[in-house]
Ligand binder design. Structure first.
Ligand code: HEM
Length: 174
């Protein structure tokens, strides 16, 4: 079987999104732990403005998710037929979208009853499940070689950054 290869533009968008998603997920947990804790709390003595940090990661994630989603819906459409890929993207969109509708001061002011915040908490949980099942599906379909193909730094000759524009144009002229 040929070694799996992922287009470099996909790897760039997917990799940057994945790193920021992990940062947003963890900092989101720290915000919950400090300002909410209704369903339990870890005894962490971490000082820091986690709401600010979480918001900064979210601001970076937002345009990236938009570009990644556009890529996935167009050039990556065949991969989106995998339910686990689609669910990971939908969970991410729900998390980012509901986060965007929240206001920074709600949790600082103890306002925990907003519906959008409830949706954001559910999205946080869904994202964890969706990413785990996505990674599980990748491993089940292609094992370590498929998983590693997403982190590989190999760039084939016709897949250099200067070829990205041509790849996009060819997709839309098909
Ligand atoms: C952290 C959040 C993650 C999200 C939101 C996410 C989302 C996605 C999406 C939407 C696709 C389809 C892209 C397209 O249509 O072109 C995809 C593909 C892929 N992802 Fe992820 N992913 C994440 C993490 C990971 C991780 C940690 C791995 C490593 C195991 C991984 C491995 C892959 C692979 C190998 C593919 C392409 C393979 C295929 O399904 O054909 N992803 N991912």
């Amino acid at each position: 079987m040929p070694r799996p290869y992922q287009p470099s533009l996909l790897r760039l968008l997917h990799g940057a999104t994945a790193v920021l998603v992990v940062g947003a997920w963890l900092s989101g947990f720290l915000v919950y732990n400090r300002f909410d804790g209704r369903w339990g709390r870890l005894p962490l003595a971490l000082s820091g403005d986690w709401i600010d940090l979480h918001g900064t990661v979210a601001v970076m994630l937002w345009p990236l998710v938009l570009m990644f989603a556009l890529y996935a819906a167009t050039l990556g459409r065949a991969r989106l037929r995998q339910p686990a890929n689609l669910i990971a993207l939908l969970a991410l969109a729900l998390a980012v979208g509901s986060g965007k509708l929240m206001q920074e001061d709600w949790l600082r002011d103890g306002e925990l009853g907003h519906g959008v915040y409830a949706v954001h908490l559910v999205a946080w949980l869904m994202l964890a499940g969706a990413v785990l099942s996505h990674v599980g599906s990748v491993l089940a379909r292609g094992g370590r070689p498929l998983a590693a193909s997403m982190a590989s730094l190999e760039v084939r000759p016709r897949d250099q950054p200067r070829d990205w524009w041509g790849q996009i144009r060819r997709h839309f002229s098909r």
